[in-house]
Ligand binder design. Structure first.
Ligand code: ADP
Length: 507
């Protein structure tokens, strides 16, 4: 058969630990999935946003450049273009840094000369592009890197002219990139990188942010890329991790609460089991305790009744035994009754001023026979002129009797009993000292608990119910005092009952 605690442990394991483990395992798996899918979702969203932003930039740029080319076309197609009309157009087109117009034969029509070494850069590009463009006609084309745009325009009379314009990077950043990307509602960092990977524009300082992805622009900004950055600490993985930590913490707290609950329940259960065991021991002990003096009384009573004891001295001795055993019986029954009254809260105390010495000597008197018979060396030392102390004399006498009874019961070969009484720090301290078995330090607190008796080996053969010291403690506390023990196993014990000389009001 399994013990109750083994059954409880198995139940706790099945009912709490197993589900907790399953929940933790499921939680771990779903968190991993959540982590992965949030990362995926974030990347998808970032890609969509980047594509959309890139398209918007290109659209804006194309729109601005188309407008410029349309106006240029209008000027070139006019019958008599006003003087310096192209110059004026350029002034109003900040996106165009420089413009060159080249005829089919390769002559530079506008401006008069090449500027800043453009001839070396733009010239060959125009020559290269011109071949196809003049034949095919066609649309604007952006030559990578240098941000040079080529477009075919018809002059009046249908003569084609190749327009090559160089973009102004400042104006591009200011008017197109900032205007488009700056207005986007998103906390993500968006940056535009040129063909060499340099950051041309970024919506916020990149710092140590990590690049999530980049998408390339199409024909309007070839070789340029739009990149999405993620500020360090704002990665979805980190956000998930924070959530995970929070959840793990909550789960941990829950587990601690559950475990604390189990441990408390288990301890309560153990206490209850222990109490049930002590109670059944108590019943057996009390019955045994009652039976012994009763059988002695009966035996001596019957012997006397038969009239066989003729010797007067022996007869007196037998009467004495009967009286002492019945006194012992009364003490025992008083203990049990008082204990039950205390347990049910019905015990009351009658406080009257009492002289201490007569009480001590009177109580000791009741033990004169066993003390003398067992050869006890008894010493009583009471400080002279002790004041009268307000107490329930009967209860204190009973407490003292219990202490003396124990001193006799738990004595070994060395039989000595000392009783001393004095006033210490406003308390009457009555100490009962023996040189008996002693109590191990670990048991000092427990022996005052109800039903508790120290392990069988020491108490074996010694009658007792385990309520004597509990009663002493209760009586002491009811008087506003206490009872303490100082003891070394094998050397003896000293129990001190302390009662305040001036009792507390509600004592
Ligand atoms: P009991 O009826 O067993 O004597 P008590 O409440 O009076 O119950 O005492 C509790 C336990 O304390 C005893 O079982 C005994 O082991 C221990 N004890 C009490 N007094 C002494 C003492 N003077 N010397 C050694 N052990 C003692």
């Amino acid at each position: 058969m399994w013990s109750p605690s083994a059954r409880f442990s198995t139940l706790a394991l099945l009912a709490i630990v197993a589900p907790a483990t399953i929940v933790a395992a499921l939680g771990y798996v779903s968190i991993r999935q959540w982590e992965a899918s949030s990362e995926l979702l974030y990347r998808e969203q970032a890609r969509d946003m980047a594509a959309m932003a890139a398209e918007k930039v290109e659209m804006m740029l194309r729109h601005a450049e188309d407008a410029f080319l349309d106006r240029l076309q209008a000027i070139l197609a006019a019958p008599a273009p006003p003087a310096r009309a192209v110059d004026k157009l350029l002034v109003h087109s900040p996106l165009v840094r420089r413009l060159y117009l080249v005829s089919r034969r390769g002559e530079l029509l506008y401006p008069g000369t090449w500027q800043d070494g453009d001839a070396a850069v733009v010239g060959p590009l125009i020559a290269e592009a011109a071949k196809g463009k003049f034949e095919r006609g066609g649309k604007r084309e952006v030559v990578a890197g240098h941000q040079i745009c080529l477009a075919m325009i018809m002059k009046r009379g249908g003569e084609p002219v190749l327009a090559a314009f160089i973009r102004d990077s400042d104006a591009l950043r200011r008017e197109i990139l900032e205007g488009t990307l700056g207005a986007l509602e998103s906390s993500t960092i968006i940056a535009v990188l040129d063909h060499e990977g340099r950051t041309v524009y970024s919506r916020a300082p990149i710092g140590d942010a990590q690049r999530v992805l980049s998408v390339s622009f199409r024909e309007t900004l070839p070789d340029w890329r739009l990149a999405i950055y993620q500020a360090s600490g704002s990665a979805p993985r980190l956000a998930v991790r924070r959530q995970v930590m929070l959840l793990t913490g909550a789960f941990g707290v829950l587990l601690v609460v559950i475990v604390a609950g189990i441990v408390t329940t288990w301890r309560l259960m153990r206490r209850e089991t222990e109490m049930a065991r002590l109670k059944s021991d108590f019943v057996a002990n009390v019955s045994h305790d009652l039976k012994t003096p009763l059988s002695v009384i009966r035996m001596f009573g019957e012997t006397l009744e038969m009239g066989r004891v003729t010797d007067e001295g022996r007869r007196r001795e037998y009467y004495g035994v009967i009286t002492r055993e019945s006194e012992r019986l009364s003490r025992l029954i008083d203990n049990v009754l008082d204990f039950s009254r205390i347990e049910s809260g019905r015990q009351t105390y009658e406080m009257t001023p009492t002289s201490v010495e007569p009480l001590i000597r009177g109580t000791l008197e009741a033990f004169a026979y066993p003390l003398a018979q067992q050869g006890f060396k008894v010493e009583v030392s009471v400080t002279p002129d002790l004041p009268e102390v307000v107490m329930d004399a009967e209860a204190v006498g009973q407490a003292l009797a219990n202490l003396i009874d124990n001193a006799i019961k738990y004595s070994g070969d060395e039989r000595a009993l000392t009783l001393d009484a004095r006033v210490v720090e406003g308390c009457l301290a009555i100490a009962v000292t023996d040189r008996g078995l002693g109590v191990a330090p670990g048991e000092h607190a427990k022996i005052f608990e109800k039903f508790y008796r120290v392990g069988q080996s020491d108490t074996q053969g010694r009658r007792g119910s385990g309520v004597g010291l509990a009663l002493v403690r209760h009586i002491a506390e009811a008087h506003g005092g206490d009872v303490t023990v100082a003891s070394t196993p094998g050397e003896g014990s000293r129990f001190t009952l302390r009662l305040p000389v001036v009792p507390e009001r509600n004592a």
